[in-house]
Design a protein around this ligand. Sequence first.
Ligand code: PGA
Ligand code: ZN
Length: 384
Amino acid sequence: MKVKDISARKILNSIANFSLEVSITTKDGIFKSSVPAGTSKGKHEVKEYIGGIDAAVKNITKLKRTIKKTNFSSLKDILSFEEKTKGYGGNATLAVTYSLLKALAYEKKVPVWKLFTKKKKIPMLLNKMIGGGVHAGEESTTFQEFLVLQKPTNLKKNISLFKKIGKDWGFHGRDLEGGWVINVSDEKALQILRKYDKTSKIGVDMAASEFYHDGIYKYKKMSLARTDGKIVMPKLTKDTAEQIRFVRYLKNRYDMYYIEDPLDENDFRGFAELTSRIGKNTLVVGDDLFTTNPERLKKGAKLGAANACIVKPNQVGSLSKTIEFVNLAKKYKYTTIISHRSQETNDSILADLAVGLQIPIIKIGLTGGERVSKINRLFEIMGE
Ligand code: PGA
Ligand code: ZN
């Protein structure tokens, strides 16, 4: 495949911040891609745009001569081209890579996921029901996400659960990813979820780094506690040992299967301790802990920190590194979960990557064009 032209421009993402869109022209037409951004970003993520988004637009335009001279006949060619965009920032690199994938897939008359694998396995859906943390205002839960895992063929079950929660509790509106904002304690939110769905696998993304400062986890609210039959005002702060105890209590009481970022993003030892206690039948998931970075995953695996990891290509800023990360996770027997971000675009390539990289779970919201595009693409892939 030969590229005839490349251009870039700024577009709006789902919360009206700027994102980058890259267009690639081949003899077959124009192929466009864009990349999301995070709000509760991990400290170890790469920069989205080096020198700002305007610099990325200029840099990509300057790639014209080099890209025209390159022949792209396989995924490998696309991955080696990532070297050329290295200094532009992770989102710039990925927007170019994704557009090349779409163009090459079109030329080969296959869907994008088939550039990676012949074996099709459709991932489970991990849908956000309730949203809080920095994805909502002060009047919300401390934890960022309350989630339900479902087979795609059971999507209806999650939709009806989402609507029921919204009908009874939706008066505070939605968070950045479309989850219902409920102004209650985290424990109460779990009670609500369990009241409407007693049997599904549920979980949370605590995004704990967002409420961890100087050794202390600080909660917005806490359910009232009882001591010797008397109601006592609960403490809103926890040190690491108390946090681990609290996570274990919630896990057991509400039968949680999925727990993401329950501790600070640098606390590998805390993650290891928690994993050794609950990791047998629970996914202890590192998102900000690993930031899709192979080196951080190696460190985590050595210590036994977590047993599952989030995959967000733009945390590490290249598809090559993302593939290396996913392969490492498979080697270490960590479950992978590919995830949307809070500032999404309408690009649906996440679904192709989920199937292509054989990732067993995709984490996604249920409403809004930017989320629905990925769910709809997943259903389209089922028929391909
Ligand atoms: P972000 O959050 O996209 O705002 O970083 C998503 C997550 O923490 O899983
Ligand atoms: Zn997360």
